[in-house]
Structure formats: structure tokens, C-alpha cells
Ligand binder design. Structure first.
Ligand SMILES: [Zn+2]
Length: 281
């Protein structure tokens, strides 16, 4: 296996329905037309790329009024395509209150999902809002990591008012509060956090329980600071992610190779860090 991709969206009908109004903006942001795949086509793409993907559920029902890509669905894909899909992340809607905590418990204990991912822009909440701390307490109880979207997003990008979506929720410094208040919680920052790259690096260096993954960006466009830290102080903290299907593996691997990182660093980013941090075989 060439890489574990810790951040892949299902390119299938359920995800399309969860995101439908955002597709036009996403397609122009990433300059790629989207095509709905079957489950089998998606798994085939992971296998051909020699990637073990971790796919993401999606639940932002309260704020977007769109149907969820359910935890049951991503668990079923993982079970049907074990060679291609090595794990799946739960999503719970933080505004559903106690129900979201119960669903997180069920997603981990019953469906064996790897942890939970939040998308603060679509779900419209600050990670350090104490009303949502019961969700993180549950993660600690279940010994699973939590992921948060950081930095800008393709959702609503380039449209008037950004389709009502607000970027303030995704500033990395909010994760610093959660990391300080939950030292036993593994926190993963999704994406390279632009335009708050330096802020994210500061949190990563200060909090041993915070990690990051690189999805949604070709390394070609990382800031010089991040490029340097990946080969240096952050080499044990960065995991490979794609944001499939908006970026292709062919392009990502080509661009990673072109950066000229030592093989030992690439091995950590592509495989070893995810195995260690997420406890994968
Ligand atoms: Zn994503």
C-alpha cells in the first residue's frame, strides 16, 4: 500500500445528496467536474491508486437542511471493500444535543468507526464552545480521535456571501483551547489551515495531542514554512489526506514526489504516522 488516505469523501450518491447545492462552487474551486460513482467504482479507484482510504460520513442537517451521509453507510462501505477502505469516520451534528453524543457512542461501539470529524463551516459552531464539550468527553471515554476542518473551504467559495458560510469557525487557535482542556484527546486538524498556517504550526508544536493531515491541497501550494516543517519538526505529526474526489491521487503523488522530501519523511507522512496515531494495522 502506497499510502493511507485519512480524508476521503464518498464520491457516491449519498454524499452528492448531502452536498448538492455546493457542487457548482466546489467544481469551480477545484476546477474538476464531479461525477457520481457507484460504490464499486469508488473502491476501484482506491485500489488502482494503491491507497487505503478512510472515508467520511457527513451530518450538517440542522444548519444546511440537507440529508446526511450516514455513519451506517460509511461503515457498510468499509465492510464491503476492506482492501480499499481501511477505516471510516463518523459525523454527528453537534446541534442535535444529547442525540449527537448517543450517535457518536453508537458509531464507535456498534459500527466501529475510527473517530469523529466536524466541519465547523457547514455545521456553524466553534470547536471551543463548551456546549459541545460532552462530545469530546465521549471521544475520551471511547479512546477515539476527533477531527476538525481548519482553514478556508471550497464550500460556497467564489459565490456572493459564500452561500452564508462563515470562515471564522475554522481558525486553528480554537483547537488550542480544546487541546488544553482535553490533554487525553487526540485532535487532528484537517487540511493545511490556510490562511492561518503559522497559527496551526504553533498549536501543533505546543500541544503534543494535536496532529494534522494535508487533504484538499497539493503540496505544491503549501506555504514555504509548512514545507520546511514537514521535513523537520512536524515529520511525526503530519498525515497524508486527499479530499478525494476533488483531487486525484495521480496528481497528488506526482506533486508530493516533486517536492523532493527524503524517503523516510514520505514514509512517515504516507503510512507510519497514520498507523501510529490512529492505531491502524
Ligand atoms: Zn474534506
Amino acid at each position: 500500500m502506497r499510502a493511507i488516505d485519512v480524508h476521503a469523501h464518498p464520491s457516491t450518491r449519498p454524499w452528492y445528496e448531502s452536498m448538492r447545492p455546493y457542487f457548482e462552487a466546489l467544481e469551480s474551486y477545484y476546477k474538476t467536474p464531479f461525477r457520481v460513482r457507484t460504490d464499486e467504482e469508488m473502491a476501484g479507484e482506491f485500489l488502482r491508486a494503491d491507497v487505503g482510504a478512510m472515508i467520511l460520513a457527513w451530518d450538517a442537517e440542522t444548519t444546511t437542511r440537507l440529508p446526511a451521509t450516514t455513519n451506517d453507510y460509511v461503515a457498510s462501505i468499509r465492510d464491503r471493500f476492506p482492501g480499499a477502505v481501511v477505516g471510516a469516520w463518523a459525523s454527528v451534528d453537534p446541534w442535535k444535543g444529547e442525540e449527537s453524543v448517543r450517535e457518536l457512542d453508537r458509531a464507535v461501539r456498534t459500527l466501529r468507526l475510527a473517530g469523529v470529524k466536524f466541519q465547523g463551516v457547514a455545521q456553524a459552531f466553534f470547536p471551543n464552545d463548551r456546549r459541545f464539550y460532552p462530545l469530546y468527553e465521549k471521544c475520551v471515554e471511547l479512546s477515539v480521535p476527533v477531527q476538525f476542518h481548519t482553514g478556508t473551504t471550497g464550500l460556497g467559495a467564489g459565490t456572493p456571501g459564500g452561500m452564508g458560510l462563515k470562515l471564522k469557525y475554522t481558525q486553528p487557535i480554537h483547537l488550542d483551547d480544546v487541546a488544553a482542556d482535553f490533554p487525553g484527546l487526540t485532535i487532528i486538524a484537517c487540511h493545511p489551515s490556510w490562511p492561518w498556517q503559522s497559527e496551526m504550526i504553533a498549536v501543533l508544536l505546543h500541544k503534543a495531542n494535536v496532529y494534522m493531515e494535508t487533504s484538499g491541497w497539493s503540496p505544491k501550494y503549501f506555504t514555504p514554512e509548512l514545507k520546511k516543517e514537514i521535513a523537520g519538526r512536524l515529520q511525526d505529526k503530519v498525515m497524508f489526506g486527499s479530499d478525494y474526489p476533488v483531487l486525484t491521487y495521480e496528481r497528488l503523488f506526482r506533486d508530493w514526489d516533486a517536492e523532493g522530501y527524503p524517503a523516510a519523511v514520505l514514509d512517515k507522512v504516507f503510512l507510519a504516522n497514520a498507523r501510529r496515531i490512529l492505531g491502524l494495522p
